[in-house]
Structures are given as C-alpha cells and as structure tokens.
Design a protein around this ligand. Structure first.
Ligand code: COA
Length: 327
C-alpha cells in the first residue's frame, strides 16, 4: 500500500519576525557602562542590539511576529489550533503571554500557554508542538519566541548588560502527511541539568529574599559547558536520523555568542556559509533568537524548500536541545 510510505510530520509553513525600533550600538552601550566596541566584538561578535520601547511588550512583539507567520502561511487566525510562547520575560506572571497574543491575533479557536526554558525555549516549544501535531491533538501550532531581556539587565554589570537584546520570532507548524524523505521536523532532542541552575538565572520570583529583577551570569562557566553540551545534542540528532554533518544545509543556532557558534560549526566541520549568524545585529534575544535567525534565512533565500536545517540552543537551567527540520 502506498500509505505506508507516508508519515505525519510537523511541517513549517510560515515564519515571522519583529525587532524593536530602537537600536543601540556598542558605542551607545559604552556611554552607559565601562566597555568598548572592541571588547564586545572580540568576545562575542555583537555589534548592536534592539531594545524595546514601552509599547513593545513581549505580547506585542510576539503578536507581530505571529501575525506575519500566519500571513506567510496563508492561514486565517481563526483556523489556528494552538499558540506556544517560549519566553522568560512574560508581560505578567499570568495570564500567559500566549493568551494575550491569542486575543491580539483574533485566534478565537486556539488555546495557548507559555513555556519557560530560557534560551532553549524555542527548541523546547518546537518539540512540544511536534508531539501535539503528530498525536493529532491540533492541526497547526504557532510557536513564538518573544523576549524583552533589556528589562532584566543590570547596568551595573558590564559583563552581562552588553550581551542581550529584545525581539520576537515565530513559526507556524502544520500537521501534514508527507513522504519520509519529505519536509517536516525529523527529530527533537531536549536536555536539562538543574544542578547548574546557579550559573545563569534571574534573581526575581516568588521565593524569599530576592532582589528583584536582574539577570545574573557566570559567563566563563556557561561558556565552558556550552560547546560540548551543544555538540552532544547535535550528534544525537544526526545519529537518530542516520545522517552525518555533511547532510546539514544550514545550521541555525541560538545566537548567544559568535565564539560558541563557531565552536559548534567547527566541531561539525561546517563552512561559514552554512551557518546562520545574526548575533552581530540582534545580540542574545534568548528564546527569540532561533526563529529570528530562521526568518532571516527564509527572507534572504538561504532557507528554501528541501533544505535540511539543524537548530540548537543552550540556556539557563541549564537547558539545551537540538532539532532537525527539513523545509
Ligand atoms: N567590557 C570591557 N571589559 C569587560 C566587560 C565589558 N563589557 N565585561 C567584563 N569585562 C572585563 C572583566 O572585568 C575582566 O577584567 P579583569 O581581567 O580586569 O578582571 C575581563 O573583562 C575578563 O572578564 P571575564 O568575565 O572573565 O571575560 P570572559 O573572557 O569570560 O568573557 C563573556 C565574558 C561573557 C563574553 C564570556 O564568558 C562568554 O561569552 N560566556 C558565555 C556567555 C553566554 O553566551 N551566555 C548565554 C548563554 S544562553
């Protein structure tokens, strides 16, 4: 039977992006803290970042990116089944940012929830959406990464405040019956190590004795773990699909630091033109960074139907993960 050659997969049918209007260059940051363009570029590759204005909330930006993804896919908001928002900077503790976005989009038939996995949030979101789609729970899911890290930055700490920016990216995933060699999410791999929770965290929450509202990072420790853990996540993705790195058309990594991205690219033996890099323009936008990079690669024609994309991220938790996606 021909049927046996078909499989249900989560197929990407639209991407969207939103970046705040305000851009701060490294020179602008040097007016606020004791730093320099040279130091920031050499250690991170970052040249500028976008900072959200008062109206550019996580929900606002997520809705802009989400609406664009729906339009690209040609799906009416009322036909949407679910919205997952990966964010560590929700507008409020509750209601979830996802339901604010549901209302903004007029996606009246969708349910929605937020997912907190720091910079790995988008890969975690893809994984959850993939399971929902393959189980037949919904026909489509809008996965959004949206963050306003500028509101968590400690401008007394030059080692962290220069690293982050704001923005939102979105993808629409739709359940489709496809051939095994066809498009869709081929696999996702998720990992966590809570014992490393104190090397990257935000010091506000609902437990006692917290000074509200700042991101704290032990950068060297994070760096030390990043390349090896990410390489493991990537190798697991390749092994499960009986692929070698040579099959990857584009690496779309979390954009935290160009040295980490280069380290993973080197381990995979990928030439620079097969690695999508946006960190120089966006800095680290946490859960928004992969969908922003993906939207850019779609927009500029690098990510076209048939291409095999490898996504990977690591962030607070520690959490990390990978996803293999054929367009
Ligand atoms: N400008 C100028 N100097 C700075 C600075 C800044 N913005 N931030 C720190 N420094 C100084 C430090 O004070 C220190 O000076 P000292 O030697 O006189 O004490 C020196 O630079 C080295 O500091 P250190 O923190 O050890 O730098 P580093 O080489 O580890 O680089 C990071 C810092 C953050 C760039 C690096 O650790 C890193 O990229 N880590 C991974 C971070 C990351 O990607 N996290 C997100 C994961 S989702």
């Amino acid at each position: 039977m021909a049927d046996q050659f078909f499989i249900t997969r989560a197929v990407l049918t639209g991407t969207g992006a939103y970046l705040p209007e305000q851009i701060l260059t490294n020179e602008d940051m040097a007016k606020r803290v004791d730093t320099s363009d040279e130091w920031i570029v050499e250690r991170t590759g970052i040249k500028q970042r976008h900072f959200a204005g008062p109206h550019e909330t996580t929900a606002f930006m997520g809705a802009q990116a989400g609406r664009q993804a729906l339009e690209k896919a040609g799906l009416a908001p009322e036909s949407l089944g679910a919205i997952i928002v990966a964010t560590s900077t929700p507008d409020q503790m509750f209601p979830a940012t996802a339901v604010r976005i549901q209302a903004a989009l007029g996606a009246n038939n969708a349910f929605g929830f937020d997912l907190s996995a720091a910079c790995s949030g988008f890969v975690y979101g893809l994984s959850v959406a993939d399971a929902m789609l393959r189980a037949g729970q919904v026909k489509n899911v809008l996965v959004i990464g949206s963050e306003v890290f500028s509101r968590l930055l400690n401008f007394e700490d030059r080692a962290t405040c220069v690293l982050f920016g704001d923005g939102a990216g979105a993808v629409l995933l739709e359940a489709r019956e496809v051939e095994k060699s066809g498009p869709g999410l081929l696999s996702t791999h998720l990992y966590a190590d809570g014992a490393l929770g104190d090397i990257l965290y935000v010091d506000c929450g609902t437990d006692d004795n917290r000074t509200p509202g700042h991101l704290v990072m032990h950068g060297r420790e994070v760096f030390r773990h990043a390349v090896n853990l990410l390489a493991g996540a990537v190798n697991d993705a390749l092994a499960e699909n009986n692929l070698t790195a040579a099959a990857i058309d584009l690496l779309v990594p979390h954009q935290a630091n160009k040295r980490i991205i280069d380290g993973v690219g080197k381990k995979l033996g990928l030439p620079a033109e097969r690695v999508v890099i946006t960190v120089q323009k966006h800095a680290n936008t946490s859960a928004a960074s992969i969908p922003l990079a993906l939207a850019e690669a779609v927009q500029d024609g690098r990510a076209v139907p048939g291409k095999l994309l490898l996504l990977e991220a690591l962030g607070g938790g520690l959490t990390w993960g990978s996803a293999l996606l054929r367009l």
